[in-house]
Design a protein around this ligand. Structure first.
Ligand code: MG
Ligand code: ZN
Length: 381
């Protein structure tokens, strides 16, 4: 069962853009309390939301010293902190952590776009689709892994990868790039979701047949590209698509004119933390930061794009120890799992000031809606 809010959103989509604007403005007069000074300020047409999975402050610090004392993150001048805890545990997992960002609600660890009662909550990506924005996701894990899944799927448990993959077919996401082809075309139910995507009009590429850089995204088609059968390899073993895929997605969606919402994930900083491998953390951190640099270059030229960078949680209880120099770090771990430390939020672009201060991870969802100027009531309320 889906909540009532879904049918309201579907109604908006059916009525179309102009009429739905009219309905929205009627809602505004009766329900919102947005202050006039903020609503007069320049708003972003586009939001690029970037998640470094497991990227605590020590991961950022280690990446910075290992990269000649410098990160592109330093270009982002608005900084805040979020409280990462889940509804049922102080230490969150990536599913509850990403659902907080995508839906604005604290939920239980393992939950993908559902509340504590396992009821589906519309995500900001689905809401953006319904408002005629273009949407995209890029990830260095499988595209059905907890972080990207929480923006597009609704499932009681993160491990139901084949069910999560099927949820991609229920959306009109314009572009997605990540690993996990096997969850689309080698499934227990025998469905071939890559063929179903093609039948739906998608341009579909995969690493078996097409080099990512050789592909021209057709702006009149939606686009899906699976980078690997299962998990993509670490950057240290030759994975090199995050920046390329991110820029391809941004440029393709920018042509669609109505603005966009894109989620980009550097997934494997977390995996370095789980394996207590400082070199793994650092190489993934720098790969993610290089992508941040390219995204900021594009956003600065564009002038209408808000870029947000954060993490769902820290992983490993990673510490930089006595005896370290800026050239050589002595590191230690307190855990092979996540920790509860507060997490940095960096923002750059129109409405970036919304992201100052200390707040709940769920506030990020509401701040993104406020930045866009969406005045209808969040579906999750
Ligand atoms: Mg993740
Ligand atoms: Zn993790």
């Amino acid at each position: 069962m889906k909540p009532l809010v879904f049918s309201v959103i579907i109604l908006f989509a059916v009525i179309g853009c102009n009429t739905s604007k009219k309905i929205e403005s009627q809602v505004v007069t009766t329900t919102t309390t947005i202050t006039s000074d903020r609503s007069d300020a320049k708003r972003p047409k586009n939001i690029i939301f970037m998640v470094g999975d497991g990227m605590g402050l020590s991961q950022i610090t280690a990446g910075m010293y290992s990269n000649g004392d410098k990160l592109n993150l330093e270009r982002m001048k608005t900084i805040g902190l979020h409280k990462s805890y889940a509804a049922d545990a102080l230490v969150t997992d990536s599913a509850a952590g990403a659902t907080a960002f995508s839906c604005g609600q604290k939920t239980y660890n393992g939950a993908i776009g559902v509340d504590v009662d396992t009821v589906a909550i519309p995500t900001i990506l689905e809401e953006a689709e319904n408002k005629n924005l273009a949407t995209g996701m890029v990830s260095t894990s499988t595209i059905v892994h907890a972080t990207p899944a929480s923006f597009i799927a609704h499932n009681r448990h993160r491990k139901n990868y084949e069910e999560i993959a099927a949820d991609f077919l229920k959306t009109e996401i314009d572009c997605f790039i990540g690993g996990g082809a096997k969850f689309f075309n080698n499934r227990e139910d025998g469905r071939d979701l890559l063929q179903e995507l093609k039948d739906k009009g998608y341009q579909v590429g995969d690493y078996f047949n097409d080099e990512l850089e050789s592909i021209q995204i057709n702006e009149n088609q939606n686009f899906a590209y699976l980078t690997s059968l299962a998990d993509p390899i670490p950057v240290a073993q030759g994975r090199d698509y995050l920046q390329k895929a991110s820029m391809m997605t941004i440029e393709a969606l920018d042509k669609k004119d109505n603005g966009f919402f894109i989620m980009i994930e550097g997934s494997q900083i977390d995996w370095g933390g789980h394996s207590n491998d400082a070199d793994y953390i650092i190489s993934e951190m720098i790969d993610f930061d290089n992508t941040i640099g390219a995204v900021l270059d594009w956003a600065d030229k564009d002038g209408e794009t808000l870029v947000i960078v954060t993490a769902d949680h820290e992983t490993g209880g990673f510490a930089i120890q006595k005896g370290s120099t800026r050239d050589s770090l002595v590191t230690a771990f307190t855990s092979d799992y996540h920790t509860a430390e507060m997490i940095c939020v960096f923002a750059h672009g129109p409405q970036e000031e919304l992201f100052r201060g200390i707040y709940e991870n769920t506030a990020i969802y509401h701040k993104m809606r406020e930045a866009y100027g969406w005045k209808d009531i969040p579906a999750s309320k």
